[in-house]
Ligand binder design. Structure first.
Ligand code: NAD
Length: 251
């Protein structure tokens, strides 16, 4: 039997990057239903159309409590808490609004998603993965809001794992290093690199060589495989863990 047969899986940030790669993988692995959340309605609708399983779309901001009040997660068995945004300013140059924007999506949004999933799983158990980042493990200049939000996500997963264990709910985090997804296009320095080098592929190749011992960034499909492992029964005794998947960047 396929590992996710009869599974009903919530994925936030599902229209792009890691979320979309995970949705595709879990649909291939037999998921019965995907509940896909994103604020990019057009992109999500186009993407969801291609998936070979039942799907429900939740359109809106994951940090908006009303989105979750209206969400029907009856029967949900798994969740990927994944929607996120990046920033790239030193603390001294950051406006409070920049800080709040990142904290709102990455931390408030993660909390609201996690709470909704845990409530829905309370009587029947389940498995949840939160997408953190190696930026929550390793300090680097220029990523204060992002790094602090992701460090908090790792601790949120650990606390949720302890709270969820009596109800049969496993909760883990994944902390990717650089992954080749559209999130980088929101960073001005990356846009400059793409202009200088002529393509995103060339910019990713150059970035991978800067500080990652394995000298490359990951593809979103690789991270999706690791998320699928943490969500699956193969990881049945794993809870409260943070899987760092960074090509050695944090070493
Ligand atoms: P992405 O930009 O390709 O996808 C993020 C998705 O989240 C987009 O579809 C976007 O519309 C959605 N989103 C953003 N804010 C939202 C909100 N408020 N409400 C609903 N949807 C929202 O980026 P990605 O790289 O796939 O990022 C997924 C997760 O992985 C993020 O949490 C990110 O921080 C994390 N991550 C990414 C990398 C990387 O290098 N790409 C590394 C470590 C961690």
């Amino acid at each position: 039997m396929s590992p996710f047969a009869n599974a009903s899986i919530l994925i936030t940030g599902a229209a792009s990057g890691i979320g979309a790669a995970t949705a595709s993988l879990l649909a291939q692995r037999g998921a019965k239903k995907l509940i896909l959340a994103d604020r990019d309605e057009d992109r999500l609708a186009d993407f969801a159309f291609s998936l070979p399983c039942e799907r429900a779309l939740l359109i809106g901001d994951v940090a908006d409590e009303t989105l979750w009040r209206g969400a029907d997660l009856t029967g949900v068995t798994h969740a990927l808490v994944n929607a996120g945004v990046a920033d790239g300013k030193p603390i001294g140059e950051m406006e409070f609004a920049d800080w709040r924007r990142v904290m709102s999506v990455n931390l408030d949004g993660a909390f609201l998603t996690l709470r909704t999933a845990m409530r829905a799983m309370k009587s029947s158990g389940g498995a949840i993965v939160l997408t953190a980042s190696v930026a929550g493990v390793k300090a680097e200049p220029g990523i204060a809001a992002y790094g602090a939000s992701k460090a908090a996500v790792i601790q949120l997963a650990r606390i949720a794992a302890k709270e969820g264990a009596p109800d049969g709910i496993r909760v883990n985090a994944i902390a990717p290093g650089g992954v080749e997804t559209p999130i980088w296009s929101s960073m001005p320095f990356f846009a400059d690199m793409v202009m200088d080098m002529g393509s995103e592929a060339a910019a990713f190749e150059a970035m991978g060589k800067i500080a990652t011992p394995m000298r490359r960034y990951a593809k979103p499909e690789e991270i999706a495989e690791q998320i699928a492992f943490l969500l699956s029964d193969k990881a049945a005794f794993v809870t409260g863990a943070c899987l760092v998947s960074d090509g050695g960047y944090s070493l």
